[in-house]
Design a protein around this ligand. Structure first.
Ligand code: HPA
Length: 248
């Protein structure tokens, strides 16, 4: 296994990485969000990529997801752990919940969402019945258990276009569709990983009740507070995950 971690909001750097070298990678799809940081986590070499850029300046709809995934593939990555902050829709997804989703629905538009464009490849339809790698999901849940942290096993992630947050009616519609969580970056990331035959799973941290599900409106202050409270746990799980992976 060669592991990459894609860090989202609140995880623009992995301070725990040792002996880091930074590689600026270019791909046929352009340049990734940031130089790739290659270093040791718990004695194992991993690759870290800041999805929104090192200074957190790239909004969800402007991320070059294809360049990000292609760059990881070029470096020989086989497994991708995506960390994401999400809004909670259903009752079990209260702020600060950690969740490993098992399904998703894509509500995004206008994003470069495939490597299989007309002209450069035969018509290709990848299977996406189960969008997340079961092997990686199980290991994430095991890692959380080792840390004594609770995670929700499964949930449907709805990916919206952003960068604005949703209306209460949009969230009601998403709940009716079966979504438990809402975020802005899970797609096309997961599908592109599948197209490149990368094992991919996501670890979500709920940072707010989705629009209309909590008291009043969604504020950045509540998001920041939950992010600060929860990211330490995400870091713990990542370390435990790598330890479990040693020797595989
Ligand atoms: N909506 C969409 N994306 C998000 C949210 C939300 O409420 N919270 C964190 N990411």
């Amino acid at each position: 296994m060669r592991l990459a971690v894609i860090g989202g909001s609140g995880l623009g750097r992995l301070e725990e990485l040792k002996d880091v070298r930074r590689e600026v990678v270019s791909t046929p799809y352009g340049t990734p969000s940031a130089p790739l940081a290659i270093g040791q986590l718990e004695g194992q070499e991993i690759v870290f990529l800041a999805r929104h850029g090192e200074e957190h300046t790239i909004p969800p709809h402007r991320i070059n997801y294809r360049a990000n995934l292609a760059a990881l593939k070029q470096l020989g990555v086989t497994h991708v752990l995506a960390v994401a902050t999400v809004g909670g829709i259903t009752p079990k997804m209260a702020p600060q919940t950690l969740v490993v989703p098992d399904q998703l629905i894509d509500y995004t538009y206008g994003r470069a969402h495939t490597f299989f464009e007309t002209g450069n490849s035969p018509v290709t339809h990848v299977d996406f019945t189960y969008p997340y790698s079961q092997e990686l999901r199980c290991k994430l849940i095991e890692a959380a258990t080792v840390c004594g942290l609770k995670v929700v096993d499964g949930g449907c992630y709805g990916c919206t276009q952003g960068p604005r947050l949703e209306t209460a009616a949009e969230i009601r519609r998403m709940e009716g569709d079966g979504c438990d969580l809402v975020g802005m970056t899970g797609m096309p990331e997961a599908a592109l990983a599948r197209e490149l035959e990368l094992e991919y799973a996501s670890l979500g941290l709920v940072v707010n009740w989705a629009a209309g599900k909590g008291e009043g409106v969604v504020t950045m202050a509540q998001i920041q507070a939950n992010l600060a409270a929860g990211m330490g746990k995400v870091r713990q799980i990542l370390k435990a995950f790598v330890q479990l992976g040693q020797g595989t």
